[in-house]
Design a protein. Structure first.
Ligand SMILES: [Zn+2]
Length: 254
């Protein structure tokens, strides 16, 4: 992984040589890594840490020396951020070599066999995937499995909640998408969008997401009244929300 070297091996010889170039005050650096400096019409400096990039965003005309001091002062914070990113990467499931896949709180056994057509079948013993080529088609076939399950379960759960609380007049339809940062979205026209990767989460978490989006049919914000309604729909929602905040990054197909 490319970003590993950023955190784990800051003193590699190749990096030391590049650090020499950066040791003047014309460029920013952190532990011998170069740091990108971006100026804009902002009032304060901010640090952004991504696996492949450390960036300082600063107001126009910020002296380089000041920006470097800012980086130095956040040494611990940067290390912690990179460590968190590293941990998150390590926790992602290796589906290509997995013998089980997470599905609505179950560890479903995964059986793969070679065939002349790609298809899946969910049976009592697990998920059977017939694939032309495992390396090439397993992930797309699993994605298809999760999407189809999402279509069935999220539609069913959403409609049940909508009917139970008499919100039929506000709900106009369901969409599924794989988004990077959002689990769900509710438009002002009453269309609810879900990230189908949520099917990898335990069922109570899925129920929380449905409650959250259905509550947006009434409140298009995250006000106290909104959360009150979520609680009415789903009394244990806080535990599920925490679970999603802490584990959401693991629900991924890569
Ligand atoms: Zn929301």
């Amino acid at each position: 992984m490319k970003h590993t070297s950023l955190f784990m091996t800051p003193s590699l010889p190749s990096m030391t040589s590049s650090a020499k170039k950066n040791s003047h005050f014309d460029k920013l650096s952190w532990r011998e890594q170069s740091v990108k400096l971006t100026f804009s019409r902002r009032k304060t400096m901010a640090l952004h840490v991504k696996p492949e990039l450390i960036e300082v965003r600063a107001p126009y005309r910020t002296p380089i020396k000041l920006a470097q001091t800012f980086v130095n002062e956040h040494d611990h914070w940067i290390r912690q951020k990179l460590f968190d990113i590293e941990q998150r990467q390590l926790q992602k499931p290796d589906l290509l070599n997995a013998r089980h896949i997470p599905f609505m709180g179950f560890n479903v056994a995964l059986h793969v066999e070679v065939a002349d057509k790609n298809q899946w079948q969910l049976v009592e013993q697990g998920l059977h995937c017939q694939l032309v080529n495992k390396n090439q088609y397993l992930l797309t076939t699993l994605a298809d499995f999760y999407k189809q399950q999402a279509q069935f379960w999220l539609d069913k759960k959403t409609r049940e909640l909508v009917i139970k609380f008499n919100l039929q007049h506000r709900y106009t339809g369901l969409k599924l998408r794989k988004t990077k940062t959002k689990w769900g979205h509710c438009s002002s026209e009453g269309v609810i969008q879900y990230n189908w990767l949520i099917m990898m989460a335990p069922e109570p978490v899925i129920d929380y997401l449905v409650a959250h989006e259905v509550a947006h049919l009434v409140h298009m914000n995250h006000s106290a009244q909104f959360w009150q309604l979520v609680e009415e729909f789903n009394p244990t929602y806080k535990a599920q929300r925490n679970w999603l905040n802490e584990n959401g990054h693991r629900l991924t197909i890569e």
